[in-house]
Design a protein around this ligand. Structure first.
Ligand SMILES: [Zn+2]
Length: 150
């Protein structure tokens, strides 16, 4: 399962009751993207929640794809956001705190930790491949990215 399958909406029950409908707890599940993030129920949310939902929409659902929000871009952008927080020096617990403040989302720190470990391992593998292929500039670039995450 991708990390984006393990990102959850905080105050999920409260929001569902404000919207007078149900949607899954998982933030990136198709129904949540439809109901909470692109539905027309936004006006029914309390102000603080609405602001967070709008932030999320602006930051991750801002592409022009016809299949938006089911085009894969929201997930990719969220992954970039997580990696950026890590590159800023945040650990899993702090990352979970920040996504709560920013977007009213939460994850389990252990899941964030495995995601970051996997990202580093993927970069290590890519770096080795680039080295083997003699693509020195690419290898350097990947090494740099990996160092940002460790
Ligand atoms: Zn898109």
């Amino acid at each position: 399962m991708a990390i984006t399958d393990k990102i959850y909406v905080k105050n999920h029950r409260q929001l569902a009751s404000q919207l007078e409908t149900s949607f899954p707890k998982s933030a990136f599940s198709g129904a949540t993207l439809d109901v909470l993030f692109t539905g027309d129920g936004l006006a029914k949310l309390d102000e603080a929640s609405r602001e967070r939902v709008l932030e999320f929409v602006e930051d991750f659902l801002d592409c022009d794809c016809q299949s938006r929000p089911h085009c894969g871009h929201p997930e990719r952008k969220f992954i970039a956001y997580l990696l950026e927080l890590r590159a800023e020096g945040l650990g899993p617990d702090a990352i979970v705190d920040v996504m709560g403040d920013d977007y009213m989302l939460y994850a389990y720190p252990g899941d964030v930790l495995s995601f970051l470990d996997d990202a580093v391992r993927a970069l290590e593998a890519a770096e080795r491949l680039a080295d083997v292929d003699g693509r020195a500039a690419a290898a350097d670039e990947i090494r740099q990215k990996r160092r940002e995450l460790t």
